[in-house]
Design a binder for this molecule. Sequence first.
Ligand code: SPD
Length: 357
Amino acid sequence: MKNLIQAFLAVLVVSIVCLIAINRLNASAGYSGTNTLTVYNWGDYIDEEVIDQFEEETGITVIYETFDSNEAMMTKIQQGGTTYDVAVPSEYMVQKMMEEDLLIELDHSKLPNLKNIDERFMDLAFDPGNKFSVPYFWGTVGIVFNTKMLPDMNFKSWDDLWDPELKNDILLVDGAREVIGMGLNSLGYSLNDTNKVHLQEAQDKLNTLTPNIKAIVGDENKLLMANGEAPVALVWSGDASEIMFENEDLDYSVPEEGSNLWFDNMVIPKTAKNIDGAHQFINFMLDAEVAAQNTEYVSYSTPNKEALKYMPEEMVNDERFYPSPELTDKLEVYDNLGKKNLAYYNELFLEFKMYRK
Ligand code: SPD
């Protein structure tokens, strides 16, 4: 009898070890099953404690990967090597992914927390009826600047960036649409302009900004600005909001000529392996208290109106990061310009980066 129990225990231990090993192997290969969920998000865009809470609540292990541009995310999903269950593209990329049949239609009956999202952020033009996407964060593109280092500047105009006083001072976000868009806006053109003459003019104007550019960077911009190592940067609003809590000399401006209003969204790619888990994750992130905790950590603007009730007033009432509809109505949302035009934007941006060297 003793031998039988020992043999049984040995088989049990070996089986558990094998199960753990298989789970780990699957996880590292990016294969989700019912017990794992692969989430693909922007860098610095979630409170990891929230992921832990989701894992505890559901027993699902999250494999979390990050990207730094919509284009990089799209390429990885199209290549199909890793299968992602949830991804977080911006609006124009949601539209492109829908057109290329890369997304699963969401089952709203599994997303009861969708009721927490402010109507203002639902049913937007890029995804009528939110058939394929659910809002995650939103914001603007603007200029964060150090009021002590640059006491005479207010950056009400994009052209302020061309001030010769700003030699080697400016950090630019590493995004083709943001940088080419800034060139277009500064010339009075639309952020969705596809006229090649206008785009060339924008690139020519950006080339003249070269002496003032310190670096074109990703999330490092926050550290450099927070530490006072650079006095001005072109950023997504949420990055400004985060570092303004760390350095009270910083301010944020959206230039008057116009700028971009953007929306990042949770979607389920067609290649997802754990569709039920993906809905559970999206619904969890839409919970008011979870969204509030995540927003306080990430500092970007939440579209979750119920979450606002759990957040500090100074955050929610800051018009720079929660601008009114009257203000946002004046801003432009990126359109999906189509493969050729998007490739042209990327080409111009690459050439501009090369021009600096
Ligand atoms: N570090 C998180 C960055 C998220 C930025 N998303 C904004 C995209 C606007 N097109």
